[in-house]
Design a protein around this ligand. Structure first.
Ligand code: NDP
Ligand code: ZN
Length: 175
């Protein structure tokens, strides 16, 4: 791991400290970031993409973290990818979900890679360790929406798409 990636991991660990995921076990947020960064590296991400993978939820979920702060600490390129991966929280939830589909087509190659890694992590969790209060219909709805987002990403490495699509197929067979 390069010094910049180590710094991004440490920054994310501190900012997400105490936050839990929605799975029944309530796993630490850090586990999701580890999975997204590992997938980003596995499918060819460079240092900038791997840093953005560690940081992808910090601006959205760890106020007052800002894109400007990420730029000052990790550089403009990392910050720009994180910005691409940050939903506009001023919008209602359903509109944010719709905008992810609309905006997918505009994403840079690095943002595409982290996005497909993020959706792979979430869909794997929805398949294997779902939130306890989600019905099967809601789990399948999440898989369908994720597939719509990923299908709009124009610059995904084929291996990353294959990995995601295998999860979707498994989810539709097993849920
Ligand atoms: P979301 O569908 O937005 O929750 C999923 C998001 O939570 C993920 O994108 C992920 O984002 C994060 N997350 C945290 N932990 C997990 C995990 N273990 N597995 C997967 N994702 C995880 O649900 P909300 O609770 O915010 O509800 C909003 C939407 O849910 C509504 O707009 C509606 O479409 C749908 N809904 C459907 C219902 C149904 O019964 N069909 C009922 C209620 C809502 P990240 O990686 O960014 O953290
Ligand atoms: Zn995420």
């Amino acid at each position: 791991m390069t010094d910049l990636v180590l710094a991004a991991r440490s920054f994310a660990e501190t900012r997400h400290a105490g936050q839990l995921r929605k799975d029944a076990e309530g796993s630490p947020y850090f586990i999701h970031l580890e999975e997204v960064s590992a997938l980003t590296e596995r499918f060819g991400g460079d240092e900038t993409a791997i840093c953005a993978a560690w940081l992808h939820d910090t601006v959205e979920d760890c106020p007052p973290t800002s894109v400007e702060e990420i730029a000052a600490a990790f550089g403009a390129e990392v910050a720009s990818v994180v910005a691409e991966l940050t939903d506009d929280k001023a919008l209602p939830k359903a509109e944010r979900k719709r905008m992810q589909i609309v905006n997918a087509v505009k994403k840079s190659p690095r943002a595409c890679l982290v996005k497909v890694a993020d959706k792979s992590s979430n869909c794997r969790s929805v398949l294997e360790t779902p939130p306890s209060d989600w019905s099967d219909a809601r789990r399948l709805e999440y898989i369908d929406w994720s597939e719509r987002v990923v299908s709009g990403l124009a610059h995904c490495p084929p291996e990353a798409l294959d990995h995601f699509e295998a999860l979707v197929i498994r989810a539709r067979r097993e849920i």
